[in-house]
Design a protein. Structure first.
Length: 620
C-alpha cells in the first residue's frame, strides 16, 4: 500500500470525529477509577482495599489497541520491560519486571500457571497469545509466591479469556493489514496480516465458544545483517470451550487450545534453513461451587509443548508437558475476613537424553482483613514441597490504611514478602551442566507506597520497592549449574497517574526508576516512562496518542562477551477508531513509531520503524 493512501485513510477516519458533537461517557470514569481487582487476593475487592497498586488492562483498553500484540500492550505498563516487543514479530521475548529476569515473572491464563518445561529458561512464550481471545489482564508486581507459587517473584501477569455471550449466538470477526518495515527502508509494502473469528453463546444452561486467529509477518530480517533478508513469522491458534451450569451455584467449564507458529531466524551459518516450529496443545477444566459466604474452586490443565529447530547445528526437537491443579476454598467471615485455603499441584516433564520430571505439592493459606475504619491487611503463607530438594516456606504481610477525604482517599501501603523459583528441568537434569542437588532461588521484597484519589477524576500512586535475591542459579568454572553465593539487589520507584478531567478525555502516565546491583543487569532500563492520551470525539470516533521513553541499558555482545551501552529512545504511537455501525462495525487505523525513530532495542536485532495498520471489527 502506498504511503499517501495510508495517510489519507488516517486523515479521513480522524476527520469524521474532529468535527462531530462531543458526548458524555460517565461510565468511563467509573470503569477506570472505581475498579474491582482480584489478583492480589483472589477475591473481588475495591482497589482502595488492596495493599498493592494492581494494574488492570480492561476489555476497553484491549479494544483500543486492536492490531497490537499482547507484548506491545503489557510493555506500556510501569516496572515492565519486554525485550523484543518492538522488533520483528517472532523475536524472543523476555519479560523483565522490577529489575528481575524473565523467569521471575509468572504468567497465568484462566487460573492456571503456564510455562514450557522443555526450554532452557522454562518461560512462557508470549507469542502464543492472541489478543482477540483476551477479556482482561491484571498485573501485580512484587513477591506473590504465597498465592501463586514458584516464579511469582517480580510480577504475576494474570490473563482472563473472553466468556460466552448471554445471547444464543454471538460473533466477532476482525481483520487487519499493515506494513512491516524498518526506519531505513520505508517501502510501505504490505508485510503484516492478522485475522480472528469468534462464535459463542448460551443455550439454557449450556454455553459454548469457538475462536480462531492467525498472524503473518514478512519483510523484516530477524538480525541486522548486510543482506537483511526477510524472515517470515506465522502463527495459528484455535480455542474451543464448553460449559454447563448445573445449578445456580455449581458450574463446569471445559476448554482446549492448539497454537502453532513458524519462525525464520538468523544464525551463524546463513545457508542453513534457520527455521523454528513450535506447537502448544492444552486441555483444561474449571469449576466453581458457591454456597453463600463460601465457595470451592478448581482449575486444572494439561499442556503439551513441542519445539523443532533446523539451523546451523542441524535438526533438533524438544518436548515437554506439565500438569497443573489448583483447588482452593474461599470463605468470608462477617464481611471483614476473606480467607483462602488451597493446595497447588504441578508436574513438569521433558525429554532430554531421557525423560525427566519433578512434582510440586504446595498447601497455602491467605487472609484479607477489611476493617470499617480504614485498616486493610493481606497476609499468607505457603509450604512448597518439591520432589527434588524437599520443603521451602514463604510468607507475606501486606498492610494498608485508607484515610477517607470528602472527595476521595489517601492510602498508605507497605509489604514484606518472600518468594522463590524452583530450579527447572534443564538446570536439574540437562545434558550440559545439570545438577540435581540445586536448591530454590530465594527472594525477599519490601515495598512502601502511597495512593491518592480525588473526585473520581484523578488517581496517583507511588511505590518504592527493594528486592534481595539469594541462592540464584548460575554456573561454575566447569559450566555446571550451581547456587551462586553472591547476592543481587534491585530497587526502584514506580509512579502511576490516571487523570479524567472530562468524561470523554483521559490521560494515563507512568514512570519507573530501576537499579540492579550484583551482576551486569542487561536489558533493564534505569529510566522508563509512558504517557497515553485518549479522546472521544463523538459517540462513534475516538483516538489515542501514546509516548514511550526507554532509557539507557546494557546488552551483551556474545562475540566478545562484553557489555555494550544502548542509547535511550522514544516512540510515538497513534490509534484512531470509528464506528460505522453502532456496536456492530468498527474500523481502526494504527500508526506506530510515528516519527520513524531509528534505534536499537536489543544488540544485533532489527527494530520496526514507522508502520501503519488498517483494520475492521464486526460484531454479530
Amino acid at each position: 500500500m502506498k504511503k499517501n493512501h495510508l495517510w489519507l485513510i488516517t486523515a479521513l477516519v480522524a476527520g469524521q470525529g474532529i468535527f462531530a458533537q462531543q458526548i458524555q461517557q460517565d461510565s468511563l470514569k467509573v470503569q477506570q477509577l472505581d475498579e474491582v481487582v482480584v489478583s492480589d487476593s483472589k477475591f473481588e475487592l475495591k482497589r482502595e482495599n488492596s495493599g498493592k497498586t494492581v494494574i488492570k488492562i480492561t476489555a476497553e483498553e484491549m479494544q483500543r489497541n486492536q492490531g497490537r500484540t499482547v507484548a506491545d500492550i503489557i510493555n506500556t505498563k510501569s516496572g515492565i520491560e519486554i525485550a523484543g516487543s518492538r522488533g520483528r514479530d517472532g523475536d524472543v521475548l523476555g519479560v523483565y519486571a522490577r529489575g528481575g529476569r524473565g523467569r521471575q515473572v509468572l504468567i497465568i491464563i484462566d487460573g492456571v500457571r503456564v510455562a514450557d518445561p522443555s526450554t532452557f529458561s522454562a518461560e512462557y512464550d508470549l507469542r502464543l497469545l492472541s489478543p482477540s481471545t483476551i477479556e482482561s489482564i491484571e498485573i501485580i508486581k512484587g513477591a506473590a509466591s504465597t498465592l501463586y507459587g514458584t516464579n511469582a517473584v517480580t510480577a504475576v501477569i494474570n490473563i482472563t479469556t473472553k466468556k460466552s455471550s448471554k445471547k444464543k449466538m454471538a460473533g466477532n470477526f476482525e481483520t487487519s493489514v499493515g506494513t512491516n518495515q524498518t526506519a531505513e527502508d520505508q517501502n510501505y509494502n504490505i508485510g503484516s496480516i492478522q485475522n480472528s473469528a469468534n462464535v459463542n453463546g448460551t443455550l439454557g444452561k449450556f454455553n459454548y465458544g469457538v475462536d480462531f486467529s492467525n498472524r503473518y509477518k514478512s519483510g523484516l530480517s530477524a538480525a541486522v545483517t548486510p543482506e537483511n533478508e526477510e524472515d517470515v513469522f506465522s502463527n495459528y491458534s484455535t480455542n474451543v470451550r464448553f460449559g454447563y451450569q448445573f445449578t445456580e451455584r455449581f458450574g463446569v467449564q471445559l476448554y482446549g487450545n492448539q497454537t502453532k507458529f513458524r519462525n525464520e531466524y538468523d544464525a551463524s551459518l546463513a545457508e542453513a534453513p534457520n527455521v523454528g516450529e513450535n506447537e502448544q496443545q492444552r486441555v483444561g477444566v474449571s469449576s466453581e461451587f458457591d454456597y453463600g459466604k463460601g465457595s470451592v474452586h478448581l482449575n486444572a490443565a494439561y499442556t503439551d509443548y513441542e519445539s523443532m529447530a533446523n539451523d546451523t547445528f542441524g535438526e533438533s526437537t524438544t518436548e515437554g508437558n506439565n500438569w497443573v491443579l489448583d483447588v482452593y476454598h474461599k470463605y468470608v467471615f462477617g464481611e471483614q475476613f476473606h480467607t483462602i485455603l488451597g493446595v497447588n499441584y504441578i508436574k513438569d516433564e521433558a525429554i532430554f537424553a531421557e525423560e525427566v520430571d519433578f512434582t510440586i505439592v504446595d498447601p497455602y493459606a491467605n487472609v484479607v482483613y477489611v476493617s470499617d475504619f480504614g485498616l486493610n491487611l493481606n497476609a499468607g503463607a505457603r509450604l512448597n514441597n518439591h520432589s527434588e530438594y524437599g520443603n521451602h516456606f514463604v510468607y507475606n504481610l501486606n498492610p494498608s490504611y485508607v484515610f477517607d477525604t470528602n472527595k476521595g482517599y489517601i492510602k498508605l501501603m507497605g509489604s514484606y514478602a518472600t518468594s522463590y523459583i524452583t530450579p527447572n528441568l534443564t538446570q536439574l537434569f540437562g545434558a550440559f551442566g545439570g545438577n540435581p542437588d540445586l536448591e530454590p532461588e530465594e527472594n525477599t521484597t519490601i515495598e512502601a507506597g502511597v495512593e491518592f484519589k480525588l473526585n473520581n477524576t484523578l488517581r496517583i500512586s507511588t511505590v518504592y520497592f527493594d528486592r534481595s535475591e539469594t541462592n540464584a542459579i548460575g554456573y561454575d568454572a566447569n559450566f555446571t549449574t550451581i547456587n551462586v553465593a553472591d547476592e543481587i539487589d534491585a530497587n526502584g520507584v514506580e509512579v502511576e497517574a490516571t487523570w479524567l478531567p472530562l468524561s470523554n478525555f483521559s490521560v494515563n502516565a507512568n514512570y519507573t526508576f530501576t537499579e540492579r546491583k550484583g551482576d551486569n543487569a542487561i536489558r533493564i532500563p534505569k529510566h522508563k516512562a509512558n504517557v497515553s492520551v485518549w479522546y472521544q470525539f463523538c459517540e462513534s470516533t475516538n483516538a489515542s496518542l501514546s509516548y514511550a521513553y526507554t532509557g539507557e541499558r546494557f546488552d551483551t555482545d556474545f562475540s566478545t562477551f562484553t557489555d555494550v551501552a544502548l542509547d535511550p529512545f522514544s516512540i510515538l504511537n497513534l490509534s484512531v477508531q470509528h464506528e460505522l455501525i453502532k456496536n456492530k462495525l468498527n474500523v481502526f487505523v494504527n500508526a506506530d513509531n510515528l516519527l520513524n525513530e531509528d534505534y536499537r532495542e536489543l544488540l544485533g536485532f532489527t527494530t520496526r520503524g514507522r508502520n501503519f495498520r488498517v483494520g475492521l471489527s464486526l460484531n454479530l
